[in-house]
Design a protein around this ligand. Structure first.
Ligand code: ADP
Ligand code: MG
Length: 723
């Protein structure tokens, strides 16, 4: 029999659970969307495509999937998929909804983001990033097409069924959430889902919907596998799938653009609760908005009644600096005025820490959330009464002329400013402090430019090409990207060897690149490294480059951190430095018991990282990515080998892979990038900073000859330019 204290403990935790469940139920019922549950379910039954517009915080993301589950849309094992533009939202919302449903994460409710999948066969409500679903839709089709064309033995129908799910047949409903954000993935996904939906309701040959014309692969498919193909299509037609329901959810007003794109789809608006928000502008222009934000936080803390504060900052660095500044200023206050806690939320923060922003502040304390624009619409934090808005955001921009992509701090749009201020009036009247002049507000753009118009399209173009979309310009985009941006990405993909001279997907390089969940440049680096016999090194490099900064330099211990870093530094550059770090972590683990459970290994690594001034989250993430990609490349049959001490071989491979990012030293000692001829400098954080490295082009890659990279022959023009 269990000892009595265990029973007491169980009874207590049951009581706590019951209390939490009642509180959650009460909260759910109080949300604006709860009062229209029946009407929304009815609209979903009646319409295959539905647009739902509702104020942020009304309960769209957390409640609607639960309503639809309850209404029976997950019968016969069907899944409701919900896409989010941001990983943070997919993770935090899935955790919350699992809690609301009283189930463990990964059971009824789960999330799936790149390199992290918590779903299981029992998962019925699946939150994921829009980028992830985009890959699922495209990869399934690509895999299937390639298998049919290449390997007639694979065309056993049962095998094919499992391999090929172009109709997303496991899903009864796909909810594209936060569509107003208009990320590039959302935009392309809408195009593909429209096509999947059409295919499901008409039983047409799916490929013909994707391709503008009959693709070469399709023709091959018919020629080489005529009999099996016919079987397959018959099977297709027999399979009566219910239509794919598509729900597009948005927090902003412009449902019109989505409705028009989906041939006049119905849009419903759910009235939210909104309390008045007093808007205050700064009187004198203040260039140092961080300082102004800190002063405002303290003014609110000392001068206003209860209520939490939400501050919008542009990134992790600003958030960390503000946290330090607030702490310093608090120390100058009398003890009884220091009851204020700051909580950060940004995408690279570990998810346990992200969840802390949702917990109420300790009694008597005021909570100040320092957030990036993920708190604008993606996640709703309860208890906010005051918003501080410096008026800036970090946004991607792309110059098709130079091919350079950058993350810049830019002014927000009017609609973003309105969203931000609205966060103060969800639970009662609030205040929004805009740290800019009122005249500045009127200069802001009306709304944010969709990402597809301001970023590098190579990845998306590669995916579309892999789907057989021949004419990218003619693809049914909700909003067309500029012609020059498309041309630039086609050019880049050609240079990388992913496309042939006729801009068709090359085989095997382009096909392999489209299958790897990586930026095309990284995928190409791995494929090339297989030929250069240094895939082991390149795999580590790509994994380490895919995470946030590995080295961690706390302000108060800069010297110590630098000294620790020196131990790993390679005079041959940052990539080899990263390899040194990764291998050192392996050696450290090998010295310990290599058969330990993952949690133990992670714990030991965290300790090791702390001693060596490294960001443990980044290193652990890189190790996960490493094992994930390793599985991919092994399946693809790439040759995983090490170049050992021959680092020249690896550096040659680096130059060959990342040639689009190369800068060459000029006679006057400056460096110019090869793409646009811009003068560039070595970053102070680089292992090469303070040195003047020459470009050591080995003889066989001399400028007099064409560069032969793997099987793709690069035009020598790229290199002749600056040599
Ligand atoms: P919408 O999608 O309409 O913006 P949500 O469904 O995200 O709204 O949020 C509905 C409510 O659930 C909000 O009041 C929010 O504060 C609460 N909520 C969302 N996520 C969490 C969480 N992880 N913990 C606590 N409350 C949450
Ligand atoms: Mg939402």
């Amino acid at each position: 029999m269990a000892p009595p204290y265990i029973r007491r403990c169980d009874a207590k935790s049951r009581k706590v659970d019951a209390f939490a469940a009642r509180r959650i139920e009460k909260h759910r019922k109080s949300l604006p969307i709860a009062s229209v549950e029946e009407r929304l379910v009815e609209e979903v039954r009646k319409n295959d495509t539905l647009i739902i517009v509702a104020e942020t915080g009304s309960g769209k993301t957390t409640q609607l999937p639960q309503f639809l589950f309850k209404a029976g849309f997950c019968r016969e094992g069907k899944v409701i998929g919900v896409t989010q533009p941001r990983r943070v939202a997919a993770v935090t919302v899935a955790k919350r909804v699992a809690e609301e449903c009283g189930s463990d994460l990964g059971q009824k409710v789960g999330y799936s983001i790149r390199f992290d999948d918590t779903t299981s066969d029992s998962t019925r409500i699946k939150y994921m990033t829009d980028g992830l679903l985009l890959r699922v839709v495209s990869l399934r089709v690509v895999d299937a097409m390639v298998s049919i064309v290449k390997d007639p033995r694979l065309v056993g129908l049962r095998h094919l069924e499992a391999l090929l799910d172009p109709y997303l047949s496991r899903y009864s409903i796909i909810i594209v959430d936060e569509a107003h954000e208009r990320t590039i993935h959302t935009d392309v996904l809408l195009g593909l889902l429209k096509s999947v939906q059409m295919a499901r309701s008409t039983s047409l040959n799916h490929y013909q919907n994707f391709a503008n014309k009959k693709t070469k692969d399709n023709m091959l498919l018919e020629k080489e596998n005529g009999a099996q193909c016919i079987n397959f299509r018959k099977q297709d037609q027999r399979r009566k799938l219910p239509p794919l329901k598509l729900i597009i959810m948005s927090a902003s007003m412009d449902a019109g653009v989505f409705s028009k794109y989906f041939e006049g789809a119905k849009a419903v608006r759910v009235e939210g609760r909104r309390f008045p928000v007093q808007i205050l502008y700064i009187c004198l222009d203040e260039p140092n908005y961080l300082d102004a934000a800190v002063t405002t936080i303290l003014q609110i803390h000392l001068g206003e009644g209860p209520g939490d504060v939400l501050v919008f900052l542009t990134g992790k660095d600003e958030i960390e600096s503000t946290e330090i500044l607030v702490k310093e200023r608090l120390q100058q206050l009398p003890e009884n005025s220091r009851k204020l806690i700051t909580l950060p939320i940004f995408s690279s923060l570990p998810s346990e820490k992200q969840m802390r922003v949702f917990a109420p502040a300790p009694a008597g304390f005021r909570k100040v959330i320092l957030a990036t624009n993920i708190a604008e619409t993606s996640v709703t934090i309860p208890g906010i009464k005051f918003v501080i808005d410096p008026g800036f955001v970090k946004a991607r921009s792309y110059d098709p002329r130079t091919g350079l992509e950058s993350l810049d701090v830019v002014p927000i749009s009017k609609s973003q400013a309105l969203q931000r201020s609205g966060r103060a009036g969800r639970e009662g009247p609030g205040k929004c402090y805009r740290l800019y002049l009122e005249s500045k507000f009127w200069e802001f753009d009306e709304s944010t430019t969709p990402e597809i118009k301001r970023c590098n399209l190579s990845n998306v173009v590669l995916q579309l090409k892999a789907l057989g979309v021949e004419d990218i310009v003619e693809f049914d985009f909700i909003e067309k990207p500029s012609r020059s941006a498309i041309v630039k990405s086609l050019e880049q993909l050609f240079l990388l060897g992913a496309l042939t001279g006729e801009y068709k997907l090359s085989d095997p390089v382009g096909r392999q690149m489209s299958q790897l969940p990586l930026d095309p440049i990284y995928s190409k680096a791995l494929i090339l490294a297989s030929e250069f016999n240094c895939l082991e090194e390149m795999l580590i490099t790509v994994a380490m480059l895919s995470v946030e900064s590995i080295f961690y330099v706390p302000r108060e211990r800069v010297e110590e951190a630098r000294a620790a870093m020196k131990f790993f530094l390679s005079p041959q550059g940052d990539h080899l430095t990263l390899i040194n770090v990764y291998r050192a972590s392996n050696e450290f683990l090998e010295k310990k018991n290599p058969d330990l459970a993952k949690e133990k290994v992670d714990k030991m690594l965290r300790k090791w990282c702390k001693q060596n001034f490294m960001n443990s989250r980044s290193l652990l993430h890189a190790r996960d990515i490493h094992s994930h990609i390793l599985r991919h490349i092994e399946q693809m049959g790439l040759h995983v080998a090490s170049c050992g001490d021959d680092t020249l071989q690896f550096r040659r491979c680096l130059a060959a892979s990342f040639f689009l990012n190369v800068a060459l030293k000029q006679r006057d000692g400056t460096y110019r990038d090869l793409k646009g001829g811009q003068v560039v400098q070595i970053h102070p954080s680089s292992a090469l900073f303070g040195t003047k490295p020459e470009v050591e082009l080995p003889r066989e890659y001399s400028c007099d000859q064409d560069l032969v990279l793997g099987e793709n022959k690069l035009g020598s023009a790229n290199w002749h330019l600056s040599c």
